[in-house]
Design a binder for this molecule. Structure first.
Ligand code: ARG
Length: 459
């Protein structure tokens, strides 16, 4: 019998029950964390005189050989074992004999798994942060190179006012920057060590929980042992942060799909990041961006699933919590993959600056500026808005842009129009005069880019 709990049982577990109950097929991913937690637990037991120095040494050494053999592939996981905790303990006993049976003194799988998962999430947060930072660098590069790349800004997916590509990408820079901030605040909140909570009520052994917490890199032990074994808030927060990040990726992907379409032609995806059609030879499809958009569902799904799993669980540990693993692993893998892939997609795409500028020029994105021109000449804004609207209608009739109207035509709508109207509604003026902090005008964007550079240098 490979179970840890055979003593009070008289029958073998039903085969289907074992399969349904086991978590080793997926929690084997936690082997490094499980071994690390055990090493520190053993060191603490030794320090407290609960284990002799010799026992402690043998256990730590044994755990080290398991880790090495797993890493080299010499040791394989066997489905005889229920979970990663039983597997490692059984291996230890196999290797060092009776002493191995002392490792679990003053510990339960409940505080063990709570620790393993926290250590895992802590590492994953670091990795996510590095990927986000890399992506921000890619976005910043596009910003730096496109301070003068004019394009239409949209509301309701209708051309609204001219902006620059740097400004548009700058909005995404802010989103992914907030994603990093979210991760960092989750890291701070989850910085408590559950090890030493025991099954739920601590233990009668004189454990030094401060020691294990510090050794494992936590600020302090968790304050309540029942909460220690049953807290999955940090995981829900992480899945929530992942969902928000994936939502940002999905919006970005959606825009690049639109921009890459035959109708927009604002960008051209690199061949290495596109795919073809089995029937239509002319096709170059944005499958990567579509998959990034499509995978958003499974990330939200993980968050919803864990929230739902947790909502009815009485204190303290219940096996329902085992469900936190597969869905979290899937969501983490998915978001990391999407970040990597989409980063590559953005880094290699080609921007068609001429198409963007032409699109801004012929979409009446300067109509607000025509109205503002009249306001500066003393016309009340509401009247100016009406005049500019009538001018737009005229242009739609004629099939031209505002700048194509003659001065006489302008003046037939208002005698306040003068020759300087052409400069006032040129694309360049429309963008460059927008200098409020956060606006697309070059001077404002240069400050934003500089701030972004400093932020990436500092964190
Ligand atoms: N595989 C379990 C989990 O993932 C480990 C903890 C098991 N504890 C228990 N008392 N059955 O949650």
């Amino acid at each position: 019998m490979a179970q840890l709990w055979g003593g009070r049982f008289t029958k073998e577990t039903d085969a289907l029950v074992k399969k349904f109950n086991d978590s080793l097929p997926f929690d084997q991913r936690l082997s490094a964390q499980d071994i690390l937690g055990s090493v520190v637990h053993a060191a603490m037991l030794g320090k407290q005189g609960i284990l002799s120095d010799e026992e402690t040494e043998r256990i730590i050494e044994g755990l080290g050989t398991i880790k090495a053999d797993l890493e080299s592939g010499k040791l394989q996981f066997s489905d005889a074992y229920e979970d990663i905790h039983s597997f490692v303990e059984a291996q230890l006993i196999k290797r060092i004999g009776e002493t191995g049976k002392k490792l679990h003194t003053g510990r339960s799988r409940n505080d063990q798994v709570a620790l393993d998962m926290k250590l895992y999430v802590r590492d994953e947060i670091q990795e996510m942060d590095a990927l986000l930072k890399h992506f921000l660098t890619t976005i910043l590069k596009v910003m730096e190179e496109n301070l003068d790349t004019y394009m239409p800004g949209f509301t309701h997916l209708q051309k609204a006012q001219p902006v620059t590509l740097a400004h548009h990408f700058g909005a995404y820079f802010e989103m992914f920057r907030r994603d990093r901030e979210r991760l960092s605040s989750i890291s701070q909140r989850m910085d408590t060590c559950p090890l030493g909570s025991g099954a739920l009520a601590g233990t009668t052994y004189p454990l030094d929980r401060e020691f294990t917490a510090k050794e494992l890199g936590f600020i302090r032990p968790s304050r309540n042992s029942m909460d220690g074994v049953s807290d999955r808030d940090y995981l829900i927060e992480f899945l929530s942060a992942l969902s928000i990040c994936q939502m940002h990726l999905s919006r970005f992907a959606e825009e690049m799909i639109l921009w890459n379409s035959n109708e927009y032609r604002f960008v051209e995806l690199d061949d290495a990041f596109s795919t073809g059609s089995s029937i239509m030879p002319q096709k170059k499809n944005p499958d990567i961006a579509e998959l990034v958009r499509g995978k958003t569902g499974r990330v939200y799904g993980a968050l919803t699933a864990l929230l739902t799993t947790m909502k009815g669980i009485p204190l303290a540990y219940n096996k329902d919590m085992q469900e936190d693993k597969e869905l979290s692993f899937d969501a983490i893998d998915t978001v990391k993959n999407c970040l990597r892939l989409f980063d590559g997609c953005v880094a290699t795409m080609r921007f068609r600056k001429d198409v963007m500028a032409a699109s801004a020029r012929n979409g009446f994105t300067n109509a607000t500026d025509a109205a503002d021109y009249l306001v500066k000449k003393g016309v009340p804004f509401r009247d100016a808005h009406g005049i500019a609207g009538a001018l737009v209608l005229r242009c739609i009739d004629k099939g031209c842009a505002l700048d194509d109207l003659s001065l006489e035509e302008f003046r037939s709508y208002s005698d306040r129009f003068d020759q300087d109207i052409y400069d006032a509604i040129s694309l360049k003026t429309c963008v460059e005069k927008r200098l409020t902090p956060g606006a697309p005008g070059r001077a404002a964007m240069e400050r934003a880019v500089q701030e972004a550079r400093e932020y990436l240098k500092e964190s």
